[in-house]
Design a binder for this molecule. Structure first.
Ligand code: 5GP
Ligand code: MG
Length: 189
């Protein structure tokens, strides 16, 4: 990607209000509980694949909570793009940075920020199974179950999310707001 519109370097922060939906304490408690659920449902030897950019904060917290539950995952990253700077999925998913670890025969835990239409995770799961992954589990921080366009569900869900555009805790709008320690609804104006 070159410089210019779309790479986050040329725009100023949008003027909008963010109202808190899940605060930092609530997120921390839920992430700890999620790690317990995962410990009960998946063996200890697996590869976490964090889908960038949106899931980097959640993944970082989740793997440390996994450590607390005695799990010892390996971690890799994949960068997928589907949104650009719009607030609606374009329906087209591309790999902009691929994984580097071995996939064949392994148990994979795909971690994403939001499951909405399902296109991103369906694409990623199919791609890993095509590469002969042994088993692919899916963990998402937020789920918008009413927005599904393709049939895929997550094995582990942090929170059900209202059908609003949310930012923070890794989630962006036009490359801003990822640093917020909470999740909030982006109000227009
Ligand atoms: P899907 O492919 O399931 O439609 O879209 C999932 C991706 O869309 C997420 O990984 C996320 O990047 C983006 N997305 C969906 N809803 C929201 C939202 O409310 N806020 C933000 N910032 N991104 C979203
Ligand atoms: Mg995403």
């Amino acid at each position: 990607m070159g410089s210019g519109p779309g790479d986050g370097t040329t725009q100023s922060k949008p003027a909008a209000k963010v109202s808190v939906l899940f605060d930092a304490d609530r997120i921390a408690a839920r992430v700890a509980a999620l790690a317990k659920e995962i410990a009960g449902g998946v063996g200890g030897d697996f590869l976490v694949i964090s889908i960038l950019k949106g899931s980097f904060v959640f993944s970082a917290d989740l793997i440390r909570a996994m450590h607390g539950e005695g799990m010892h995952p390996q971690i890799d990253f994949i960068t997928l793009s589907s949104y650009g700077e719009a607030t609606e999925s374009s329906g087209h998913v591309e790999i902009t940075r691929d994984v580097t670890d071995r996939i064949r025969g392994r148990t994979i835990m795909l971690v994403d920020d939001i499951l909405e239409s399902g296109r991103t995770l369906a694409f990623a799961k199919t791609m890993l199974l095509d590469r002969a992954a042994g088993e692919v589990k899916v963990c998402v921080f937020l789920d918008k179950p009413n927005k599904r366009k393709v049939a895929i569900e997550a094995d582990f869900v942090g929170f059900e999310c209202p059908d609003e555009f949310v930012v923070g805790y890794g989630l962006d709008y036009a490359h801003y707001y990822r640093e917020l320690p909470y999740v909030g609804i982006l109000e227009s104006g």
